[in-house]
Design a protein around this ligand. Structure first.
Ligand SMILES: [Zn+2]
Ligand SMILES: [Zn+2]
Ligand SMILES: [Zn+2]
Ligand SMILES: [Zn+2]
Length: 437
């Protein structure tokens, strides 16, 4: 959905100079729902994660929602109380997330949500009704209409007969809630078709017009063993392989396009079934290994596969392999997101944690300092990730670096074993996992 706020924020930007890190718009979520795959891992209200100092407790009535405090449970009541009663009377009823979210939203609108006004600046404000509905596009799309129809059985259970909106009104609400973020690390074709299907517009942004960037998403390694340039490969039926722009090499194996298409299809199939929080280690190890000789590290399918394997490896605490994978993907993440994007900042944070686990203290410190600049500007210094996780790791990395320098000055060599190294190594693991969660 094209949010009016974005358009207005752009207008604001055009009027006055905005410094990096300035807040130009804040917005409270109108309605929220925790993804059902994450129930029990995060608080249903504040989305704080379960950890040692934040134990989650189930809703006493239905047992389906988890809260980190009595306050969160209480604040969640307006959203949860009606579905709670339904879950209590129908313990085996498991509605889809989308139906649950729509039911919460419809209840909120009926409970006075229509009248909630959000201020955008001194002069302007908006209500739910100001959001673009895309009613016409939704009504004309067979796919969307049948999806809404598939939600009806769940909605009839979650909503009383008098609160289920008329079909036209339901399609209007449905068209307004399709807000999500889109991964910048993808090919133009994938991004544009996703945007059209979900947000009903043909994107013509700077990224979509950048042909050089687009060509990089589909690249193979150069045929020359001494060249590490990315070579464009056209995947379409009558496409070919370009000569290498760096060394002019034109000799590529005969079956390269065929092999590329096979591996690209395989990767896409696995990406469709990817569990982002918990990718299967064996699956992604195999995908990454099969791409090895063919895909360039900046190829978007390669970067996504390596990223999935990195997550799986970190989940299994394979810190040594994780470091190699993070280094391998560093340039692709930086290239596709840009050096000041919060996602790149989060990647640096992850890289630094892995480096701490591998006792590479000074590079961890360097990456944390780089992450600090990006995350402070992107998330604000009062974001828990910045004032808690990042600061804590910064203190740890600078302390370890200081000790390491001192030790090398005293003993004149690197990597002198410290008697309690094992112990501190374990503590690093612990803190890393705490910070991840
Ligand atoms: Zn909470
Ligand atoms: Zn409940
Ligand atoms: Zn675009
Ligand atoms: Zn080359």
């Amino acid at each position: 959905m094209r949010d009016l706020a974005c358009v207005r924020a752009k207008t604001l930007l055009a009027k006055k100079a905005v410094k990096r890190g300035d807040i130009i718009l804040t917005s409270k979520p109108f309605c929220t729902l925790l993804d059902s795959s994450l129930i029990g891992c995060y608080c249903e209200y504040c989305f704080g994660s379960a950890r040692k100092d934040r134990i989650l407790r189930r809703c006493r009535d239905c047992g389906r929602a988890w809260y980190c405090s009595d306050l969160c449970r209480e604040l969640s009541q307006p959203q949860h109380q009606r579905e709670c009663a339904v879950f209590r009377s129908l313990p085996h009823f498991t509605p889809s997330d989308y139906a649950r979210f729509l039911a919460r939203l419809i209840h909120k609108l009926r409970d006075g949500g229509e009248e909630i006004v959000e201020k955008i600046d001194e002069k302007r404000s908006r209500r739910f009704r100001d959001l673009e509905s895309h009613y016409r596009e939704v009504r004309e799309s067979e796919e969307h209409r049948s999806y809404v129809e598939s939600l009806l059985p769940d909605l009839r259970v979650l909503l009383s007969p008098d609160s289920l909106p008329q079909p036209r009104h339901l399609l209007t609400i449905y068209g307004k809630v399709r807000i999500s973020y889109l991964d910048a690390m993808d090919s133009r074709q994938h991004r544009q078709s996703y945007l059209y299907q979900h947000y009903f517009f043909s994107c013509d942004c700077r990224l979509c017009r950048d042909d050089a960037r687009e060509r990089l998403t589909s690249t193979v390694t150069c045929g020359s063993s001494v060249c590490d340039a990315a070579v464009y490969l056209d995947e379409t039926a009558d496409g070919g392989v370009d000569p290498c722009q760096a060394c002019g090499c034109t000799s590529f194996r005969d079956d390269l396009r065929q092999e590329y298409r096979r591996l690209a299809a395989l990767t896409r199939t696995h990406l469709m079934n990817l569990n982002e929080e918990n990718p299967e280690l064996e699956v992604w190890r195999e995908v990454v290994a099969s791409q090895e000789e063919v895909f360039h590290p900046l190829n978007v399918l390669r970067a996504k596969a390596v990223d999935a394997l990195l997550t799986a490896t970190v989940n299994c605490r394979g810190w040594h392999s994780a470091l190699a994978l993070a280094k391998l993907n560093h340039s692709a993440i930086r290239h596709y997101y840009g050096a000041s994007h919060p996602t790149y900042g989060l990647f640096l944070l992850k890289l630094a944690k892995i480096e701490l686990c591998n006792m590479a203290f000074s590079s961890a410190l360097q990456h944390l300092q780089e992450a600090e600049k990006i995350l402070e500007a992107g998330l604000g210094s009062n974001h828990p990730l910045v004032y808690n996780d990042l600061m804590w790791l910064l203190v740890q990395a600078s302390e370890e670096t200081r000790v390491q320098i001192q030790r090398s000055l005293m003993f004149g060599e690197r990597g002198v074993q410290h008697p309690d190294q094992e112990l501190r190594h374990d503590q690093t693991h612990h803190s890393t996992n705490r910070a991840r969660s």
